[in-house]
Design a binder for this molecule. Structure first.
Ligand code: HAM
Length: 430
């Protein structure tokens, strides 16, 4: 059979025209997260399905409805990871960190898979940048992480990201709260949306709180807030966290609807949201996270608290695109050639400029000068030089800045250095 084969629905190519934005986002993570002591870890994309069922929760949408699970040749059920935290916690347990060296700070970047209904900002393969701090229950770790996230958004140039913060309590205070919610929702069951009537209302009533439909919202408005019913320990943790955030100047709003879609959360739960209209439509959560103090133990490790978050790279990239940030870089210099002498020398000229650190495209086509200059324009080169026999003989070239048309004469031998000194902006100062 012949015919075109397309990419799988909800899974997209990252093309060079968009890659620059991703590099900004990934590089910022590497630079900033390491300043806070986070080190990179990479875990496999495929894990045993049981890891996610146990770690994230069998009843969650992510596991029950959205997971790409399949049988391996020996019959073991495997799954494409829908998120990164469970895999990192598995690695932490498997490599004995809980016993030998419990305080760990890891970051990760990579693809995740969820069989969701695709729309702008929601895909079946998507990338996350995430961090996990394991081994401490201290709310200062949460606060430091949230300050790091705020700095990250600032560093990549995204302003207006809101931190919505909540506490979802722990195994001591949550059960009574769930019961109260269940009672309310069963009472008002006819008012809930189709999805959340019946099953969810009784089995997973917290999900109703973050349902976006008007029906559920109207009912959720009357629900008590868990932060008003926290046990003493959770309440102290919550109060301390808020104090630390205020001390660090990290802005947040308390949002009792943030309950998160994964079962492992305890106490701190949060989302980073770009309010509507910032290029993301309804998928405006740039990231989310929180504490998961039971996860490592549930995966067979020693009791080990943890806290982390993950950011959606496609959503960050869309938000940057909407404000014209992170555009693709053209070459610093395009070297056009005129005549056989220049054609013979151009590879050497390009090589010397690259040694000086310049990004260079040299003309290697049999094209007239007009076509070469059109190419330089299309490539968005910052500078262009035209090399011919006279330039080679005299050792001087005219360096032209394409955006302004301004020309300067420089020594051919210094061309690379001259270009680099004009092109490199000052480093980020965040
Ligand atoms: P999550 O809220 O499920 O948390 O995902 C984090 C972020 O990943 C979301 O806010 C969103 O930006 C992005 N994301 C999720 N699903 C999709 C999708 N289908 N398409 C595009 N982007 C998506 C977690 O995954 C937790 N593991 C975060 C965490 C780390 N909690 C503690 N540590």
């Amino acid at each position: 059979m012949s015919g075109k084969i397309s990419s799988v629905r909800g899974m997209h190519d990252l093309l060079p025209r968009d890659a620059a934005r991703w590099h900004v986002l990934e590089e910022a993570a590497r630079v900033l997260f390491t300043r806070y002591g986070y080190e990179e870890a990479r875990t496999p994309i495929v894990e045993e399905t049981a890891l996610f069922a146990r770690g994230i929760g069998e009843g969650t949408d992510v596991v029950a409805k959205e997971m790409y699970a399949f049988a391996d040749r020996d019959g073991t059920s495997l799954a494409l990871r829908p998120e990164g935290t469970a895999g990192l916690a598995r690695a932490y347990v498997e490599h004995g960190f809980g016993v030998d060296d419990p305080q760990q700070r890891w970051f990760y970047l990579g693809p995740m898979f969820r069989h969701e209904r695709p729309q702008k900002g929601r895909y079946r393969q998507f990338f996350q940048i995430g961090v996990e701090a394991l081994g401490s229950a201290d709310p200062r770790v949460d606060a430091e992480q949230l300050e790091m996230a705020a700095r990250y958004f600032q560093y990549v140039g995204l302003s207006g990201v809101e931190l919505r913060l909540n506490s979802v309590g722990d195994e001591k205070c949550r059960p009574a709260y769930r019961e109260a919610l269940t009672r309310l929702f069963l009472d008002r069951f006819g008012d809930l949306c189709d999805q959340h009537r019946n099953e969810t209302a009784s089995k997973n009533p917290l999900r109703v709180l973050d349902c976006k439909t008007d029906r559920c919202r109207a009912v959720a408005k009357d629900a008590p807030a868990l932060i008003d019913r926290l046990c003493d320990e959770c309440n102290t943790h919550w109060g301390d966290l808020r104090k630390q955030l205020e001390g660090l100047g990290v802005a947040y709003t308390v949002d009792s609807r943030i309950v998160r879609g994964l079962d492992y959360y305890t106490r701190t739960a949060f989302e980073f949201v770009l309010p509507d209209g910032a290029g993301l439509g309804s998928q405006n959560a740039l990231g989310g996270g929180g504490r998961y103090d039971q996860l490592v133990r549930e995966l067979g490790g020693p009791p080990t608290p943890g806290v982390g978050f993950a950011l959606g790279v496609e959503r960050l990239a869309l938000a940057l695109e909407a404000i014209g940030k992170g555009e693709r870089h053209g070459p610093d210099l395009f070297v056009a050639t005129q005549g056989p002498e220049a054609e013979g020398a151009v590879l050497q000229i390009g090589s010397t400029c690259r040694t000086a650190g310049a990004r260079v495209e040299v003309n290697l086509r049999k094209a007239n000068l007009g076509n070469q200059l059109r190419r330089a324009d299309r490539q968005k080169a910052t500078f262009v030089v035209v090399i011919g026999a006279a330039e080679l003989a005299g050792g001087r070239v005219r360096l032209k800045r394409l955006a302004t048309g301004v020309e300067e004469e420089v020594a051919l031998a210094d061309l690379g250095r001259e270009v680099v000194s004009r092109c490199r902006a000052a480093d980020h100062n965040v």
